[in-house]
Design a protein around this ligand. Structure first.
Ligand code: C2O
Length: 586
């Protein structure tokens, strides 16, 4: 294989192995932005039962020692990559910008602002009909689903901060007893949807590949991430309350966003070997704390979430993940999950729901969404394809309930769930950020087109790739938000991923400090078992430009480093383009 052709070869394999109709890949390659994702999604959905998909999986199984207990995702896409790499014997050696890929993708790299395809609401998924290729189909319901009904007189559940409940022995023993019951149920009646393994399946079937109930029901890297996980927590909590025999039992939240170093470590109750909250499938406590303390900083959470009013940036859009998902959420998953493939439990979306700390982690993600939403000027998306989409869950009586996104947008009223107040330091700027002057508009002639790096860039191990982001020579309105988008990150296997992004730091590498470094823009994380299709990440850069005394008209360079310093495996990956845009003020 010629250097530089691997990106193209992946596609070639995908085309051969995975597409029932060749015309489809052409559509995908020439489509831009969301359209491309849609076509891709539907192609992936269509292969689920296709003969071709099964053949690829067989090839993969027979050529590796992975047993049926391996949770490796079985999408055609991944399988073909693995086969390809075995065949060619080439792994982490190629690093070049490929001219060929420009030909393949050139038409899409200038699409600029995220545009939204107007779409229909989705759901609810059909639990009677699960893709046999999924490793985690839920039990078939004994009766048809019924809609969830709000009950305003239901007891209010207050989710408390883990550092407060750690002092509360009565609460902890109830929580422990609830998980012990779920584990017992798992062994006594494996098909009971309330058992812990079935709760794991519930997350797995919607969050790992292939999606069990069809391509639209993939709950990561799009705007359903937050509401769907809010529903999952709600039903899981009701099941815990049932198991503990205490209707007021609420989940705790692990507030890893707190300044205190103690909160940036695995909560002690979950590390107690004799507790039902424990699992052996995690990194060591010291590693977890080191990883979280290095990259989970209040300042960074402010820059990416507290300071950002655009929901697309924080919550994600129809086709893209938001900062809450791809920064702190993904980091905590990767820091807690075991360090070796398949990265069980938290490190792999297929397994995460099997670790009780997953629910305390997500309770914090969910809480941060609520806190962000309560800041002035913040809104949830109002599009009907968001608010009217519906999902389904087993409740504490093992009955299927359906629920719409609109229901969970007001959790206190409709779910009777609230969070204990804690200090949310990430909603306020650090002293340095307060001092940084917002980047001034350049003045001059308007030019609307975003600037973009000219070719796909390949991010290797320590070798930083420098992409150009020449400033748009625009006169953005004073409220314009400058953003960087790493568009269509394509990677070779569904392992965990970390990317660190810098501006004007040509020597940036794994040893470059991130916390407190004015050149550091932010990090993005993907969790194993999830996305293998191209994903895009958008990062706000206003405060970075301000700290570096750059104006919105300045030229600068961007460095992207793959984060293998935290024990994540090196992956071959390329970024279709790095775009610099000024989003109109919101
Ligand atoms: Cu669907 Cu944190 O995962």
């Amino acid at each position: 294989m010629k250097a530089g052709n691997w990106r193209e070869d992946w596609r070639e394999d995908w085309r051969e192995d995975c597409l029932p109709r060749a015309g489809r890949v052409e559509t995908w390659m020439t489509a831009t932005g969301p359209e491309r994702h849609r076509v891709y999604n539907s192609a992936v959905g269509n292969i689920s039962s296709a003969r071709m998909g099964r053949r690829t999986w067989t090839r993969r199984r027979s050529s590796s020692s992975s047993s049926s207990s391996s949770p490796s995702p079985r999408t055609c896409w991944v399988a073909s990559l693995v086969v390809r790499q075995r065949r060619s014997g080439v792994l982490a050696t190629i690093a070049m910008v490929t001219a060929m890929a420009i030909l393949l993708f050139g038409g899409s790299s200038n699409s600029g602002h995220v545009s939204f395809v107007s779409a229909e609401p989705i759901g609810p998924p059909d639990f009677f009909n699960c893709n046999p290729e999924s490793t985690c189909c839920l039990p078939v319901p004994s009766s048809p689903p019924t809609p969830f009904v709000t009950n305003s007189s239901a007891p209010l559940r207050t989710r408390r901060a883990i550092h407060n409940v750690l002092q509360d022995a009565t609460y902890l023993s109830k929580l422990d007893a609830a998980y012990a019951r779920l584990r017992e149920l798992e062994s006594q009646s494996p098909n009971d949807p309330r058992g812990l393994f079935q709760q794991r399946n519930l997350h797995c079937v919607f969050c790992s590949r292939p999606p069990g109930y069809g391509a639209p029901f993939s709950m990561h890297n799009n705007w359903f991430f937050l509401p769907w996980h809010r529903m999952l927590l709600y039903f899981h909590e009701r099941i815990l309350a049932w198991a503990a025999g205490d209707p007021s039992l609420a989940l705790p939240f692990w507030n890893w966003d707190d300044d205190a170093p103690a909160q940036r470590a695995l909560p002690a109750a979950y590390g107690n070997r004799s507790s039902a909250l424990y699992t052996v499938n995690r990194r060591g406590g010291r590693d977890i704390a080191r990883m979280l303390q290095a990259d989970l900083t209040t300042e960074q959470l402010f820059r990416e979430i507290g300071n950002v009013s655009d929901w697309r940036m924080v919550m994600g859009s129809a086709t893209r993940g938001g900062a809450l998902e791809d920064y702190p959420h993904g980091l905590v998953h990767n820091a807690v999950g075991s360090a070796m493939s398949p990265f069980r439990e938290m490190g792999n979306l297929a397994w995460a729901g099997y670790d009780p700390v997953f629910y305390a982690h997500h309770a914090n993600v969910d809480r941060m969404w609520s806190v962000w939403r309560g800041l002035p000027g913040r809104e949830d998306p109002a599009a009907v394809d968001f608010v009217n989409s519906a999902f389904a869950f087993y409740d504490e009586n093992a009955m299927v309930k359906t629920m719409t996104v609109s229901t969970v947008l007001d959790p206190a009223t409709n779910l009777r769930v609230v969070y204990e107040d804690v200090t949310d330091s990430w909603t306020r700027p650090s002293r340095a950020d307060r001092a940084a002057v917002a980047p001034a508009p350049p003045g001059g002639k308007p030019l609307a087109a975003p600037q973009t790096s000219r070719a796909p860039v390949v991010v290797e191990d320590r070798n930083v790739v420098v992409a150009f982001a020449q400033s748009p020579d625009a006169t953005p309105d004073p409220g314009a938000v400058p953003e960087l988008t790493l568009r269509d990150v394509l990677h070779d296997r569904p392992d965990p991923l970390a990317l660190y992004v810098f501006i004007n730091d040509p020597d940036a590498d794994l040893d470059t400090p991130r916390a407190g470094n004015p050149n550091f823009v932010g990090a993005r994380y993907l969790v194993a078992g999830g996305m293998t299709m191209p994903v895009s990440f958008t990062l706000p850069i206003s405060l970075t430009l301000g700290a570096l005394n750059l104006t919105l008209g300045s030229n600068f360079t961007v460095q992207v480093v793959q984060g293998v310093d935290i024990g994540l495996p090196l992956r071959q990956l390329s970024i279709q383009s790095i775009d610099y845009v000024h989003q109109p003020g919101v």
